[in-house]
Design a protein around this ligand. Structure first.
Ligand SMILES: [Zn+2]
Ligand SMILES: [Zn+2]
Length: 216
């Protein structure tokens, strides 16, 4: 499985958003990922996922359908972007009235990673405020990095970190668009870029002993 992130449009969407994300995510994940590519085919929205009483789409169902597609096409990591308001229900049946995104957190490199981001509530228009393009793009990028982070094995983080859970756009704006040191380290371990600190310590002690012996 080639270590690529695939961006996919779900339903109607301004295609420029995918191009913006491709450019910035490529730069951001360059140490870990071969490339970030845009899938040429749009992933259709299933109208049965629209819940009339809530006037929202059921995010988990969209994620599940995308996961099926990702698995059958053996894609390493996929992020679907949609412009529809989504809600979710947690494992203990607690409803999330809305979510900015969803992902499957995985534990190994062999299982495919799948995630989605809804841009609807990341735009000022949703709150009847004037469009702020740059700020909105930044929000979308942060949530994209966050969901991809989950697909690379990261959990929510309380540090000054993009992996913070955001319950509103206020918190999306507040968090940085990068990983904290702890999450960065976890990513390094996930991709085996560096050895774990435990291994490093053992290695350094051995090296020190070896040098000491030589000197004596
Ligand atoms: Zn999250
Ligand atoms: Zn973190």
């Amino acid at each position: 499985m080639e270590k690529k992130v695939y961006l996919v449009q779900i339903g109607d969407l301004d295609g420029k958003i995918l191009q913006y994300l491709q450019k910035h995510l490529n730069r951001f994940f360059k140490n870990f990922i071969v490339s970030v590519d845009i899938l040429p085919k749009m992933f259709p929205l299933d109208e049965t996922d629209y819940i009339l009483e809530r006037q929202q789409y059921y995010g988990k169902s969209i994620l599940r359908k995308l996961e099926y597609y990702v698995k059958s096409n053996k894609l390493f990591c996929t992020l679907g972007i949609l412009d529809k308001d989504i809600f979710s229900i947690s494992k203990n049946k607690k409803p999330y009235h809305f979510v900015f995104g969803l992902a499957r957190t995985r534990k190994d490199l062999d299982s495919p990673g799948v995630s989605i981001v809804s841009i609807t509530r990341l735009r000022e228009q949703f709150y009847n405020r004037r469009t702020k393009k740059k700020r909105e793009q930044k929000r979308i990028l942060k949530e994209a990095i966050h969901e991809i982070g989950h697909t690379l094995g990261l959990h929510h983080c309380d540090n000054d970190c993009v992996m913070q859970f955001s319950s509103s756009v206020y918190y999306v704006d507040k968090k940085p668009s990068k990983f904290c040191k702890a999450c960065q380290k976890e990513l390094n371990i996930f991709f085996n870029v560096i050895k774990s600190s435990k291994f490093e310590t053992v290695y350094l002690i051995k090296l020190k002993n070896y040098i000491n012996k030589k000197l004596n």
